[in-house]
Design a protein around this ligand. Structure first.
Ligand SMILES: [Zn+2]
Length: 85
């Protein structure tokens, strides 16, 4: 349970949900993304106007978790480029 509580009236109606770090599996219950967490999104090229334009790739509780994950993504891209040559 967040100590902060709902900060706007619609948050109380929305209720809490569990956010989980994609990297370390740390979980937090809050009305929205907890303070300090980072959300990574990519644009969805298939999206039509009015749709969700972005796809959430992951949530990370710290920059260190994001950096560790991003290092893996970079390595995968390098591997794919090396294989394409
Ligand atoms: Zn984490």
């Amino acid at each position: 349970m967040s100590m902060a509580g709902p900060r706007r009236s619609w948050e109380a109606e929305r209720g809490q949900r569990t956010y989980r770090c994609r990297r370390c599996r740390h979980a937090a219950d809050d009305f929205y993304l907890p303070d300090g967490w980072l959300q990574v999104r990519v644009r969805d090229p298939q999206a039509t106007p009015g749709e969700n334009t972005y796809r959430i790739v992951g949530l990370y509780c710290t920059a260190a978790c994001l950096a560790a994950e991003a290092g893996g993504w970079a390595a995968a891209v390098e591997q794919a480029e090396a294989a394409g040559r």
